[in-house]
Design a protein around this ligand. Structure first.
Ligand SMILES: NC(=O)c1ccc[n+]([C@@H]2O[C@H](COP(=O)([O-])OP(=O)(O)OC[C@H]3O[C@@H](n4cnc5c(N)ncnc54)[C@H](O)[C@@H]3O)[C@@H](O)[C@H]2O)c1
Length: 487
């Protein structure tokens, strides 16, 4: 990867706010810097929006709402399809951009372009499948008509860990449903969203349908937007504490919300599992995105009879990982997003070891430039350790043994989160029992990655509200009207 290629790409990314189809600086002239977490160096400076800019973006979304809602769904779908096609042409640019601003290895960034792109294609097709119902009133006389309508202007807040996919997973269904949006990416990773907005313009999206504000003052800018009665929907992906705060704000206006929040996924390996498959799944579920995924396996619950062998095999694989800047094709473990993330991984490992866990591999920060933490395997993690309760969001694989199926279920469900679980067993009946017993919105049964544009992604319990993707996803942005007529 040449420095010139990186420079040319970064230069091509807009550095302003997109409001009503025009790129412009923040009204106060403020800027924020974006760093490469592998080097700690600034790679670009972009506009830092204030509350006035946020309101201007909402004004633009409101002004464009009626015309976009009246645009035939077929036309809206065709724009999304063009955006999908353009993304395929620009896939290497998007992959490199994510590696530069967020740190994930290029091969994984390419995987995210594929995954994130699929939401554009999926919802380009779903746009034309929004239908109503018309029929006799089964309870009496007259006719019942049920119709679907866009909810109106939406505010979409995305996290830094999947800069492209978290944006397309919200923007595509909103546009398909006929809603206009204001998008606010995380301040650590605004570049991918800016470049995506640029692509949507190239795909023929009318002015004002997608507006983007980048800001380091998330709560000061978001508060007035959420409080504005013209806003009709808030969709958020991020941590549970921030989600809870936003729900409180949204409650004042009885605002519709979708919340994709934190996880604490159990990865259960039964004694009858195919260990080769379980190890392969474990590595994907844990080390994808350097462990920084809401779907990352957080707690490895392994039957005591296979725990030593499972640990031996994952440790052998982890010892072969290559740490470094994600632009190097040999690298399998990039940096964490910032030093705070490194400190958190360090503290969780320390606590687990203090409570009796053994370090089979890694365990330390990597000294020098950039925010690196060694891929780590911990065995014999004791109940009550912080690492079993908190979302690790780092490359630490923590193994705790269990003896019976009931114990595995109790441990797996012993968390306020309920996003995803992973189960490895060769028994069909046990697999089916796990579907019934595990309290999560998604489950990987002998599979280590569940994300899929055609599936309803989302959690139970404190992992969130609503679903993204699948046939369900577009309904987050539609509201139902029921009409009774005597005819
Ligand atoms: N369930 C899912 O689909 C899913 C997917 C990815 C990440 N996540 C979760 O996201 C978290 C990691 O992301 P993060 O660290 O960026 O989360 P975060 O909650 O700190 O930030 C998410 C977004 O919210 C913004 N934000 C923060 N405080 C705000 C406030 N007071 N008002 C308005 N906006 C605010 C941030 O700028 C960012 O854009 C993890 O908990 C992870 O599990 C969930």
């Amino acid at each position: 990867m040449t420095a010139t290629r990186e420079h040319d790409l970064l230069t091509a990314v807009p550095d302003g706010l997109l409001i009503g189809g025009r790129w412009r600086p923040a009204s106060a002239g403020a800027t924020l810097t974006v760093e490469d977490p592998a080097t700690g160096k600034t790679i670009k400076t972009v506009a830092d929006a204030g509350p006035d800019d946020g309101m201007a973006a909402l004004d633009a979304a409101v002004a464009a709402a009626a015309e976009w809602a009246a645009t035939p769904a077929r036309v809206r779908g065709e724009i999304l399809r063009r955006a999908f096609d353009l993304l395929q042409e620009r896939r290497e640019d998007f992959a490199l951009l994510m590696t530069l601003e967020m740190g994930k290895p290029l091969a994984e960034a390419r995987g995210e372009v594929t995954y994130g792109g699929e939401f554009l294609r999926w919802f380009s097709e779903e746009a034309v499948r929004v239908t109503g119902r018309y029929g006799p009133n089964p309870e009496g006389t007259g006719r019942m008509i049920v119709t679907q309508h866009p909810v109106g202007p939406c505010f979409l807040i995305t996290p830094w860990n999947f800069p492209l996919a978290m944006a397309t997973r919200k923007i595509a269904p909103a546009l398909a449903a006929g809603c206009t949006v204001v998008v606010k990416p995380a301040a650590l990773t605004p570049l991918t969203t800016l470049y995506l907005a640029n692509l949507l313009q190239d795909a023929g999206l009318p002015d004002g349908v997608v507006n983007v504000i980048t800001t380091s003052s998330s709560s000061a800018v978001s508060g007035p937007i959420i409080a504005d009665p013209r806003l009709r929907k808030l969709s958020f992906t991020g941590s549970t504490p921030v989600g809870r705060r936003l729900l409180e704000q949204a409650a004042a206006g009885v605002l519709r919300t979708s919340m994709e929040l934190g996880g604490n996924a159990p990865f259960v390996v039964f004694e009858d599992a195919d260990l080769d498959k379980a190890v392969e799944g474990a590595l994907a579920a844990k080390f994808r995105n350097i462990g920084q995924a809401c779907t990352a396996a957080n707690r490895f619950l392994v039957h005591r009879t296979v725990a030593v062998e499972f640990a031996r095999r994952v440790t052998a694989a982890v010892d072969g990982f290559v740490i470094g800047r994600g632009t190097d094709p040999d690298v399998t473990i990039g940096p964490l997003v910032d030093d705070k993330a490194v400190a958190k991984a360090e503290a969780l490992v320390k606590d687990a070891v203090a409570r009796g866990a053994e370090l089979a591999s890694g365990g330390s920060r990597v000294e020098g430039a950039g925010s690196f933490f060694e891929p780590t395997v911990l065995t014999g993690v004791a109940p009550g350790s912080d690492i079993l309760r908190e979302e690790i969001f780092g490359p630490v694989l923590a193994i705790a043994p269990f003896d019976t199926e009931d114990e595995a279920v109790a441990l797996a469900n012993d968390t306020e989160y309920g996003l995803v679980s992973y189960v490895y067993t060769e028994s069909l009946s046990r697999g089916q029992r796990m579907i019934e017993r595990l309290e999560t919105g998604m489950m990987g049964l002998n599979v280590g990655v569940v994300s899929n544009a055609a599936a309803p992604f989302g959690g139970w319990k404190m992992s969130g509200l609503g679903r993204e993707g699948g046939a369900e996803g577009i309904h987050e942005y539609l509201q139902t009207k029921y009409t009774l007529t005597p005819a």
